[in-house]
Design a binder for this molecule. Structure first.
Ligand code: HEC
Ligand code: HEC
Length: 361
């Protein structure tokens, strides 16, 4: 019975790729509360949410780069530099665990708070933020319209995730069953000889787990004093042993703290959707192109005593590597937005929304 259902569902998509339905499934539609999402959107593009009013969520999660960032390790709060690549927010609403090391596994409300208050991200005291927002008549009106009463921390932490619900993939050739010949061969390699779907499966092309794939360190973290400061402070705060001498990003070790160190260097499997926009890749932005990523896997990753045994030399020829890249490209749809709006109003930098009452964006 189960097999028949799978087969029937698969045929509806396209007989040729029926295994797609079984292995990957589809992203579920999500209900969105418009008034809350609209408020969330204005907050997302408002630099007043950072301590010194210089960074909005969109400064790092830039819409024109798939809500990720073109820098290897994205921007940071004034006086700091970061040590991790800015992840895409497209489809983040479908995730169960967030951040490259999976350190938050509750909900996007908590992830939003972490981004606002973390000292190297927005470095904002939320009590101060609440008072700032109350001084803006547009917010007073919008919070009320969204059913939150007056501007509040809780409202912000609820409205931004509501906006994130609107950032979902829908139009990729993969979803529309429109793979090119090359892409189809790439899919066969992805699920077969190259073994990618061992970890990249489900609607996000991610198993939602952490693995050590032998991605080398980005030495910039240790060479740039501003990055190194942030890195040390973070590791101290997370209770990592020997944080002063650390020469690697420990990844998911922050949660498991295994004494034998076998969990060092594990990172959460990212989604493979919308990669066309989100370069560079990996937790530290070390790889610039998908060709480089595929070459990395083909070589079996870098040496690492904790490396997952499924990461091994693949012996793919040049043509097969190109096919895999074609498949990866088929997982991106039309951009959610192509416009870049930046403007200053009353001394604050906004992007994208000018007037929430008339904006169609
Ligand atoms: C200064 C840059 C910066 C700003 C500003 C920023 N972020 Fe992030 N964000 C990051 C980085 C870097 C990470 C990954 C950090 C890590 O893994 O340790 C991240 C992670 C996330 C994640 C988890 C994504 C995932 O797939 O695990 C979400 C969701 C998120 N940010 C939302 C927001 C929201 C909402 C705002 C505004 C309130 C915001 N961010 C502001 C840089 C930023
Ligand atoms: C053992 C599990 C595993 C296997 C097998 C695997 N991956 Fe990954 N993949 C991961 C993890 C974990 C990461 C994140 C690593 C990091 O951030 O350092 C990743 C990252 C990526 C990224 C970067 C995405 C981004 O946004 O940064 C791409 C692209 C990718 N994998 C494609 C592939 C392809 C193609 C294959 C097959 C050749 C493959 N993966 C096999 C676990 C795996």
């Amino acid at each position: 019975m189960k097999n028949m259902l799978v087969l029937a569902a698969g045929m509806a998509v396209s007989f040729g790729v029926w295994s797609k339905t079984e292995l990957f499934g589809q992203l579920q539609d999500i209900k969105v509360d418009n008034a809350k999402a609209e408020l969330g959107k204005r907050l997302f593009f408002d630099s007043r949410l950072s301590g010194n009013s210089t960074l909005s969520c969109a400064s790092c999660h830039q819409p024109e780069y798939g809500y990720a960032n073109p820098e290897a390790m994205g921007p940071a709060y004034t006086g700091s530099k970061g040590f991790r690549n800015v992840p895409t927010l497209i489809n983040t609403v479908y995730k169960k665990v967030w951040f490259h090391d999976g350190r938050i596994g509750t909900n996007l409300n908590d992830v939003t708070r972490e981004n606002i208050t973390e000292d190297w991200l927005m470095n904002m005291d939320m009590r101060l933020m609440q008072e700032r927002l109350k001084q803006d008549p547009v917010y007073v009106e919008m919070f009320k319209a969204a059913g939150y009463g007056e501007p509040s921390n809780g409202g912000v932490r609820n409205a931004i995730p509501e906006y994130l619900k609107t950032l979902t993939s829908s139009s990729s050739p993969f979803d529309k069953g429109e793979l090119s010949q090359q892409g189809k061969k790439g899919l066969a390699l992805f699920t077969g000889k190259a073994g990618c779907s061992e970890c990249h499966h489900g609607p996000l092309l991610s198993d939602g787990l952490s693995h050590n794939t032998g991605v080398p360190e980005n030495v910039d973290i240790f060479l740039d004093p501003l990055r190194h400061q942030t890195f040390i402070a973070f590791n101290m705060f997370m209770g990592n042993e020997n944080y002063m001498g650390l020469k690697r990003d420990v990844g998911a070790h922050v949660q498991t703290h295994k004494a034998d160190g076998s969990d060092l260097g594990k990172f959460f499997t990212p989604t493979l959707r919308e990669l066309k926009y989100t370069a560079p890749y990996m937790h530290n932005g070390l790889m610039q192109t998908l060709e480089e990523v595929v070459e990395f896997y083909n070589q079996g990753g870098w040496p690492d005593s904790n490396k997952d045994e499924r990461i091994r030399p693949l012996n793919l020829n040049t043509q097969e590597q190109a096919e895999l890249v074609a498949f990866l490209n088929s997982l991106s749809g039309e951009p959610l937005t192509t416009e870049k709006h930046v403007w200053t109003e009353g001394g604050y930098t906004y992007q994208l929304i000018k007037d929430w009452r008339t904006s169609k964006n």
